[in-house]
Design a protein around this ligand. Structure first.
Ligand code: PLP
Length: 352
């Protein structure tokens, strides 16, 4: 078995999924992109079997096909519908699909379908991504008779500052335009519950809400997984010896470890994240500035320590430096590798 292996402690993972679900009323699991490292089908299957939810969310119209056979409930497409997308339009007529609409003109265009599409209306938040401007909300009303209105989507930024106030303000504005469930993203469950009570008003029932979760649900328990990479080759090198695609001189005597995992696995391709020096170094790799910076720390741990890349990783393997005083691993040995699972693709996933 060579390559990049992700081992999943399934019992532990499912316990975590159930804990999060138990603390998140109205949970809508998000299964999109690379399936948070696990793949869309596996997540859809967990949503069906472990979580028993009635709705999941995918990112794009194309992703619906990957989950619809294993998940039996409703499927939200998070990317807003556009009139020039034939697949999204076909899916809008599917009774299991809920289409997100972010412009009044698109809502109008959808009403021409005559199939009562299930529609979530998105309001523009401070994210400034997609959504109807709050001051245009009253324009949606006349069109809602021709669709199955499922509610409002409010996708908030991840920062704490001002988030609750924004949730409340936009929740109020949308409900004034049309009554419906509020579908939040990136708001803690306690805040969702508090906003729901507040908008419901004193002595009245809380307004209905749902909460979409991806990262914190699927990846929230790091102890439920380990990832390893195979050492493919080991070579002794002298200081100053030129190695690799770029023929850069090695900075000291030591060992070159050729380790499984490259750009095709997402190694050295971390999504840029703010701050912290280790992350900054990962960004250097992703942006190709390793040559300028000189070195970048690799995600591979050998003899208890993260080791330096000798050059930016290539398609399926990486060159990593080990100082001469260390005992190198044997060819075929597995070493720990830290994977950022929203950008990673393992060669295999093993459920223990
Ligand atoms: C991707 C996405 C989510 C899930 O995000 P996580 O940070 O992974 O939980 C929720 N809501 C919307 C609208 C999204 O696009």
């Amino acid at each position: 078995m060579t390559g990049l292996t992700l081992r999943l402690d399934a019992a532990r993972w499912r316990m975590h999924l159930q804990t999060v679900a138990g603390a998140t009323p109205g949970l809508v699991p998000v299964a999109k992109g690379n399936g948070y490292g696990y793949g869309l089908r596996r997540l859809a299957l967990e949503a069906e079997q472990t979580l028993g939810v009635d709705t999941i969310a995918v990112g794009t119209a194309d992703e619906v096909a990957e989950v619809r056979d294993v998940f039996s409930g409703s499927i939200v497409i998070l990317t807003p519908w556009r009139p020039d997308d034939p697949l999204a339009t076909e899916l809008a007529e599917d009774p299991r699909v809920i289409t997100t609409v972010s412009r009044v003109a698109d809502l109008e265009a959808l009403t021409d379908l005559n199939s009562d599409p299930r529609v979530l209306l998105e309001v523009l938040t401070s994210m400034c991504r997609h959504g109807i401007f709050p001051d245009e909300l009253r324009r949606v009303r006349p069109h809602l008779e021709h669709v199955r209105f499922e509610g409002w989507t409010i996708h908030l930024p991840m920062l704490n500052e001002g988030r609750y106030a924004e949730a409340e303000r936009l929740g109020r504005a949308t409900l004034e335009a049309a009554q419906g469930t509020l579908w939040f993203s990136h708001l803690p469950p306690e805040d969702v519950a508090a906003v729901a009570r507040q908008l419901g008003g004193a002595g009245a029932a809380a307004v209905p809400t749902r909460l979409r979760l991806g990262t914190r649900l699927w990846l929230g328990d790091p102890s439920s997984r380990t990832s390893t990479a195979t050492v493919l080759d080991v070579h002794r090198v002298k200081r100053g010896q030129r190695v690799g695609y770029r023929q850069r001189p090695v900075w000291a005597d030591g060992w070159i470890l050729v380790i499984a995992g490259g750009t095709s696995h997402g190694i050295g391709m971390e999504a840029p994240t703010p701050a912290t020096s280790v992350r900054q170094r990962a960004i250097s790799v992703a942006t190709g500035s390793l040559a300028a910076a000189g070195r970048a720390l690799s995600p591979y741990t050998v003899n208890g320590k993260k080791r330096w890349f000798l050059e930016p990783p290539h398609m399926q393997s990486s060159l990593v430096f080990l100082p001469a005083k260390e005992t190198p691993p044997a060819v075929g040995e597995q070493v720990p590798v830290e994977l950022r699972l929203t950008t990673a693709t393992a060669d295999r996933i093993i459920e223990d």
